[in-house]
Design a protein around this ligand. Structure first.
Ligand SMILES: Nc1nc(O)c(N)c(N[C@@H]2O[C@H](COP(=O)(O)O)[C@@H](O)[C@H]2O)n1
Length: 306
């Protein structure tokens, strides 16, 4: 059973992992905290971009010799392959880590995952620790893997003319870009959500997205490394995605109204049919309404971009 100190460290690792949200795609956002043999935090790290060190490598670097005999608390199972970074399970073994506490098992492990090798090396391993909380950050990545397409979030501003682009009207809506890989705008152009955030060559976007059917577009984007796509408003832009059940989340912005305004219900309703409310917040001059598709077991509704 995980100790209180380990649970504290896991929550810290989950928060750290969110620094890598979207910029790590197609890799997962992962966080790690190293505790020394007495259970005190001595290093922490997260995965920032594909092609750069994994979370465990960064946390071990920060901990240095203090990691020996200690515990690594990590949000995703340490990897068992040599890729862009050395195998994390080997880094942990070489650093003399005695125990590894893991939230979520990696569904993409090549061959047996790192847990098996860690145990073979005599490291004590505990899994499924705060897994549901870790899915707040990892959920979008994992669902995109399962669906074989990016998670799609439709964002719009409610206006007298209907649903319109939010990003050029509502400055606070641009915060959503921080947790996304790419945006398809109402005029049909597609951009990396935060320019150059993924590092050179890590995601590939088609040059003429408008020529692709929406299913082919999502497939092409997924192959190109995109795991989280935003659709910026516009009923015309959203319609084919909604009709094909290819929208996973909705974020709608309702302008402030006086306390005794006439009814504001428009023909389209507040959110599309088939979605349920997951959050309502006030932001400057608007109410922000978040919703997720009714979809049984899915856990990406917990993701920060929803
Ligand atoms: N445990 C763990 N920590 C990280 O920080 C990670 N980024 C991963 N990712 C796993 O390794 C795969 C990516 O490997 P490369 O960086 O491309 O070599 C990814 O698919 C995950 O399985 N794991």
């Amino acid at each position: 059973m995980a100790s209180n100190l380990e649970l504290q460290a896991m929550r810290r690792a989950i928060a750290l992992s969110a620094h890598g949200l979207a910029s790590t795609s197609p890799n997962p956002p992962v966080g790690c905290v190293i505790l020394d043999a007495a259970g005190q935090p001595v290093g922490e790290g997260y995965h920032a971009r594909k092609g750069e060190a994994h979370a465990e490598g960064n946390a071990l670097l920060a901990a240095g010799a203090a990691a020996k005999g200690g515990t690594a608390v990590v949000t995703l199972e340490p990897c068992n392959h040599v890729g862009h970074a050395p195998a994390c399970r080997q880094l942990l073994i070489d650093a003399g880590i005695a125990r590894v506490v893991i939230a979520v098992i990696d569904p993409t492990s090549r061959g047996e995952g790192g847990v098996v090798e860690l145990r073979k090396a005599g490291v004590s391993v505990e899994t499924d620790v705060l897994a549901e909380e870790a899915m707040l950050v990892l959920g979008g990545w994992r669902t995109a893997l399962t669906l074989n397409r990016p998670i799609v979030t439709l964002v719009y501003a409610e206006t007298a003319e209907g649903r319109m682009s939010a990003f050029n009207r509502i400055p606070s809506s641009r915060d959503l870009l921080l947790s996304a890989d790419a945006v398809l705008y109402a005029d049909g152009h597609l951009e990396e959500a935060i320019p150059r955030s993924h590092g050179p060559g890590m995601i590939h976007l088609p040059e003429s997205p408008i020529r692709l059917d929406h299913r082919d577009l999502l497939k092409t984007l997924h192959t190109g490394g995109v795991r989280r796509l935003l659709l910026d408003g516009g009923s015309d832009l959203a319609a084919p995605f909604l009709a094909a059940a290819l929208v996973d989340h909705v974020v709608a912005y309702l302008p402030d109204r006086g306390p005794s305004a006439p009814p504001g219900i428009n023909e389209q309703g507040l959110i599309p049919d088939g979605f349920y409310l997951t959050g309502i917040d006030r932001v400057p001059r608007y109410v922000k309404v978040s919703a997720a598709r009714n979809d049984g077991e899915r856990q990406d509704h917990l993701s920060p971009s929803s």
